[in-house]
Design a protein around this ligand. Structure first.
Ligand code: ADP
Length: 610
């Protein structure tokens, strides 16, 4: 194994132990019981045969056979019990692992989430789950390794007295026979590694890459589907002829990998089955030969043949499982890297904003800030310099793609600037405690998400909420009547995705609920990024005119390309191509007759034409 494999195996075993400290004890107990269950029948049988050959009396033979059968039955029952405990523990470990993965995902930096490597790692974890490989394979392989090891130890315990006796008599047949069997089992394991494990590993990696790069398929619980959001556009634009061949090509690639994997599995099964049958036959011949040469009771043939077989197949299977484990641990490297992805640095930095207790924010300064998205060579924001009073109402306007949303994402610490600093009251925003800093912001993103929970929980983002405040927030955004019409009130669950009695809402209603969520948060600064794009004119008008009423005395940063909604703001920043092009009040900007005035004229003309 390569060096990194050792440390990966150690790390994965440490992870297993952390998730369930009793797992290994149960696995060892299960291995010992399984070895006993597989050997005891052979020992009983060989003793019964020997007693028959010695012509012992019927009653004593039957008594021995009955006692043996009872012992086998008790051990089998115990084994079933311990096996069940192992299975339950394996399941729990899988769930704990899934929980760990989702917690890691939720605590990771936003920019990290967007990176191609993170997406690839997530794709591999999904594939590992459906194939039972990676971490999911390590759990089962650990069981198999322990089973094979206990089988090998039991076989040695049975063979040692026989071996000592034959060596003492200077008969080396048994010794040589065991050596030969071991050599053959190592050859079988090498063949398995060469023709199966190595190829399987590279094929699985290729297949994961294909799945991850697949454009129209998403892996969902092992099935590949075209998402339902795509269907309406496929139908309306008759995109079947565009997408169909592409989907089929993707299917074909995946089919080829699957076919290669099934061929490999056949070869693996052939080597495994062939070597096991061959070793079993050989062990009987060897045991018969040794028993004949040593001139001991014939019944021992069964016992020694089983021990020799178990020893050789145990060694072979052990080596095979180790090579399979290597495949899992190789796949596990990226999973463990995923779990170890750096958490946001704020855990170390614990500066509390001065104004946090008063639930207000002071001055926000963008000082020479530049930023390009990962993988892009065009800066979305370049050399941005301005100071805003976070307690006032500021509008940020500009054409599409001018950098307004990027600016907000930087302010929310979703990305770090490539250059320059964003300061709140003179301190770099990244030096503040993350939780306290984010608590001061309530943002309605353009592509906000509402979660499928009872509406009260959705608004409060918590199971504990103040019902009066939730109702008030909904009332303020004009959703009071909607709430009244819901039979289950604040317990009504959003969306039918997980709940058949769930409530479906329109895009505009969703936007109002997202604004209500921001109002409920009662944060120092409310940021609304195109908050009315999906609203009808009436609702839009109400939101604009009642903005002060909605947000109260809090500061607002308001992004919109609809200038009528911004003219009531204290301060308007006009963005153009990642820069601040102009700044001032509505009347000042109109007087300047630059970009803002042009945009205003264009929109005013549009309204006049109506
Ligand atoms: P606005 O909000 O003013 O419409 P954005 O801030 O969203 O503009 O975008 C500014 C620039 O950054 C645009 O050129 C856009 O294409 C680019 N951009 C936005 N989001 C991403 C992203 N996730 N990855 C790469 N480029 C992006």
């Amino acid at each position: 194994m390569k060096r990194h494999n050792h440390s990966t195996v150690r790390r994965s075993f440490a992870l297993l132990h952390k998730m369930d400290s009793s797992f290994f004890s149960y696995v060892i107990a299960s291995g010992i019981l399984q070895a006993s269950v597989s050997f005891l029948p052979m020992i009983v049988l060989s003793q019964v045969i020997n007693r028959i050959l010695e012509q012992r009396d019927f009653q004593s033979i039957m008594f021995f056979a009955f006692a043996g059968a009872l012992g086998i039955w008790i051990l089998s029952m115990l084994q079933a019990l311990v096996e069940k405990a192992v299975n339950v523990r394996s399941q729990n470990i899988s769930y704990s692992f899934e929980t760990l993965v989702s917690r890691t995902t939720m605590s990771m930096e936003y920019a990290q989430m967007e990176s191609k490597e993170t997406k690839m790692m997530q794709g591999q974890i999904k594939a590992d789950r459906s194939w039972g490989s990676g971490f999911f394979g390590v759990t089962s392989k650990t069981q198999q390794i322990v089973q094979q090891l206990t089988g090998i130890i039991a076989a040695i315990i049975i063979l040692v007295p026989f071996l000592i006796e034959s060596v003492a008599k200077s008969n080396w047949y048994l010794f040589l026979a065991i050596l030969l069997m071991l050599a053959l089992s190592v050859v079988c394991a090498l063949l398995f590694d060469l023709f199966y494990s190595k190829r399987e590993f590279s094929e699985m990696r290729e297949m994961t890459l294909t799945e991850n790069n697949s454009r129209f398929h998403s892996m969902t619980e092992g099935s590949r589907i075209i998402s339902y959001q795509d269907i309406k556009d496929i139908l309306i634009y008759r995109a079947t002829s565009l997408i169909g061949p592409s989907v089929e090509a993707e299917n074909e690639k995946i089919r080829c990998h699957a076919l290669k994997l099934s061929k490999l599995n056949f070869i693996g099964g052939l080597i495994k089955g062939g070597s096991s049958g061959f070793l079993l036959g050989l062990s009987y011949c060897m045991a018969a030969f040794c028993v004949f040469v040593e001139k001991i009771a014939a019944g021992y043939i069964v016992q020694y043949a089983q021990a020799m077989y178990q020893l050789s197949i145990g060694v072979s299977s052990f080596l095979q499982i180790i090579t399979e484990l290597r495949v899992d641990t190789d796949r596990l490297v990226s999973t463990l890297d995923y779990l170890a992805i750096d958490k946001p640095q704020s855990a170390v930095n614990r500066i509390k904003p001065n104004t946090a207790e008063k639930n207000t924010m002071g001055k926000i300064e963008f000082r020479d800030v530049s930023f390009s998205y990962p993988g892009s060579n065009h800066p979305a924001i370049e050399g941005l310099n301005f100071i805003i009073d976070a307690g006032r109402k500021t509008a940020i306007v500009g054409l599409n793609g001018s950098g307004k949303t990027t600016l907000i994402k930087l302010l929310c610490r979703l990305y770090r600037p490539d250059q320059g600093t964003i300061l709140l009251d003179g301190v770099d925003i990244w030096d503040y405690d993350e939780v306290i800093y984010r608590n001061m912001l309530a943002v309605v993103f353009q592509d906000f998400s509402l979660f499928s929970f009872p509406i009260g929980c959705v608004i409060a983002s918590s199971e504990d909420y103040n019902a009066n405040r939730v109702e008030d927030a909904l009332e303020r955004v004009g959703m009071g009547a909607w709430l009244q019409s819901q039979g289950r009130g604040l317990d009504s669950i959003l969306y039918k995705e997980y709940e058949k009695d769930g409530v479906e809402i329109s895009g505009g209603e969703a936007q109002k609920i997202a604004i209500a969520r921001a109002i409920y948060k009662d944060a120092a600064l409310v940021i609304l990024d195109e908050p009315t794009a999906a609203l009808d004119p009436q609702a839009e008008y109400e939101i604009y005119t009642r903005l002060a009423d909605l947000i109260g005395s809090k500061g607002v940063i308001y992004i919109s390309h609809r200038l009528t909604s911004c003219r009531f703001c204290d301060d308007i920043i006009v963005m153009d191509n990642g820069h601040v092009a102009e700044r001032g009040k509505h009347s000042q900007l109109l007087d300047q007759n630059e970009l803002y005035a042009k945009m205003w004229d264009a929109q005013a003309q549009y309204y006049r034409m109506q």
